[in-house]
Design a protein around this ligand. Structure first.
Ligand code: SF4
Ligand code: SF4
Length: 217
């Protein structure tokens, strides 16, 4: 799940200063879960834009705006209202914003209403926790299923730095040291011997941008 936060409304209004007719697109997946781009947030921002003197020509909330087929379906359903607009405000992560741009046949100006923060898991209470940095070379098999790249503030691969204190990270005392968690997990599973193997530096070419995975032949 991609975690987002809404930009300050005044900044959004300022970014739209050259446009008066706006179409709004939300996101039925991650941004709905984050309460940043669901039906309720689309309605709220519509009212705020109207209070700022804008005309909102229409809105939609694709179930997954980052998937071209879903985006295209919603755009074609709303083509009349999109043609009346000068710009589109997207309440989705940066993927959703760019998916709109990729699939827009009208060449409308596009603006993000959200800041994209991180990929996360959601716990049963609806809280979000970053667990994976998508490094392209997963080491969870040797770290007891706990990611040192993400959960260690320094991304260390060969055990803790010298700053750990009472199990807490020196960078953020509210956070458990990832390597203490890894140690306890390996100890529980009788796999501490694996810590004696020195891990080579990761291949950072694998985290070079932009990634692509071409599936079509
Ligand atoms: S090592 Fe961590 S950042 Fe890399 S793929 Fe695995 S979970 Fe993700
Ligand atoms: S204290 Fe632990 S989690 Fe924090 S930077 Fe050092 S090794 Fe990483």
């Amino acid at each position: 799940m991609i975690i987002t936060e809404q930009k300050p409304i005044q900044g959004i209004v300022d970014s739209l200063r050259e446009y008066s007719r706006i179409f709004i697109i939300g996101c039925g997946e991650c941004a709905t879960a984050c309460k940043t781009g669901g039906e309720a947030e689309v309605l709220k921002i519509k009212k705020e834009l109207e209070s700022a003197g804008k005309v909102v020509t229409g809105s939609c909330v694709p179930s997954a705006p980052c998937i071209a087929a879903k985006m295209k379906t919603e755009l074609s359903k709303n083509i009349k209202f999109l043609k009346e607009a000068e710009a589109v405000l997207v309440l989705a992560c940066g993927l959703g914003v760019q998916s709109f741009k990729d699939n827009d046949r009208l060449g409308l100006a596009v603006f993000p209403a959200l800041n994209t923060l991180f990929g996360a898991v959601m716990d049963s209470k609806g809280n979000f926790f970053e667990k994976c940095s998508m490094c392209g070379e997963c080491v969870l098999d040797i770290t007891g299923g706990i990611c040192p790249v993400t959960l260690c503030a320094k991304g260390l691969l060969n055990g803790p730095c010298g700053g750990m204190d009472k199990g807490k990270c020196e960078v953020d005392r509210d956070q458990d040291c990832a390597w203490v968690l890894i140690y306890k997990e390996l100890e529980k599973n009788n796999k501490l011997a694996s810590l004696k193997e020195i891990r080579a530096p990761k291949d950072f070419k694998k985290s070079g941008k932009p990634h692509k995975l071409v599936m079509a032949k």
